[in-house]
Unconditional design. Structure first.
Length: 306
């Protein structure tokens, strides 16, 4: 897919705003219609899904009837899974194996995210411009207002918007790709947005953060908890206006420790390489599913819906 009239950024943003005011039944209807369109598109363009869904009804609006697939299934059938004939596993894996291409578009049109394989199998996920437009619109409509309401905007601007992202570097991981895209598209902001690698020794990271004095720090909950310990011990001496967490489960205990150590609000995002904006938290710390674009289905160990 590319950006068509239906996928124009303004239209997508307006639709997200309207969905936020919709009734529960209206939201379910929107979900089902999008699911039907997604399944129809997959059947038409993907050999893998055409075969997998061969025995399903022609109209699918219930996710419960879809057979589950794993990352292993998708990667083993990568060429047939892709809905673009130009996409090939060999070239996609070669692309994400090259660190110099982090932030560039695979085939000139797809952001490529790779996973580390912590769930058993590394995978590659491709996102076209329409998908990225949805992620950005969700951030504008539902993430940004919460961050502004937290009271962090004024101190953020006072500190010239310095943002520190503390992540695992060296691969086409989601955070690394997004950070590289922002740096390339807005080079004037590159000095205010710095990435610190968790692969570096902790004392080096602490020393660099002390020198940078970020207004915003963003990392995984486990890494933020470690940095909170450094702040408590007096080795880390920063005064962020806001802390952001993602990519892992944030426990209540960890959240309280991080907020107490840095004396600032903490906001969490539930995201994945497959979809960047699954859920955002509110001012009370509860995650809210972006259910107009995501169907989140809990399953048991045998992948049965629960």
């Amino acid at each position: 897919m590319g950006i068509t009239v239906a996928h124009h950024p303004v239209r997508i943003l307006s639709d997200i705003v309207r969905a936020g005011r919709d009734t529960p039944s209206g939201l379910v209807s929107r979900q089902r219609d999008r699911l039907h369109g997604l399944v129809a598109f997959a059947r038409d363009r993907s050999d893998f899904y055409r075969n997998l869904y061969a025995d399903l009804p022609s109209v699918v609006r219930d996710p419960g009837i879809l057979p589950p697939v794993s990352k292993r299934d998708l990667m083993e059938n990568f060429d047939g899974w892709a809905t673009d004939d130009a996409v090939r596993r060999e070239t996609a894996e070669a692309f994400v194996a090259d660190p110099s291409r982090i932030g560039r578009r695979y085939l000139g049109r797809y952001l490529a995210f790779s996973t580390s394989g912590t769930t058993g199998r590394p995978a590659v996920f491709l996102h076209d411009r329409a998908a990225v437009t949805v992620y950005l619109a969700l951030m504008l409509a539902r993430r940004l207002p919460t961050l502004i309401a937290s009271g962090a905007l004024r101190p953020f601007l006072r500190n010239r918007g310095r943002t520190a992202t503390i992540i695992t570097t060296g691969g086409h991981f989601t955070s690394s790709v997004i950070e590289a895209r922002v740096r390339s598209r807005f080079p004037r902001l590159s000095g205010r947005n710095r990435t610190f690698s968790l692969l570096d020794p902790l004392p080096d990271v602490v020393r660099a953060l002390n020198g940078f004095q970020p207004a915003v720090i963003g990392s995984y909950p486990t890494a933020l908890a470690v940095l909170a310990g450094e702040q408590e011990a007096g080795r880390l001496r920063i005064r962020p206006a806001l802390a952001l967490s993602g990519a892992e489960r944030l426990s209540s205990a960890a959240a309280e420790r991080i907020k107490a150590a840095f004396l600032c609000p903490l906001h969490d995002t539930y995201a994945a390489s497959e979809f960047m904006g699954i859920a955002f938290d509110c001012r009370y710390g509860h995650l809210h599913l972006n259910a107009d674009w995501v169907i989140l289905e809990p399953v048991d160990a045998a992948l049965r819906p629960v």
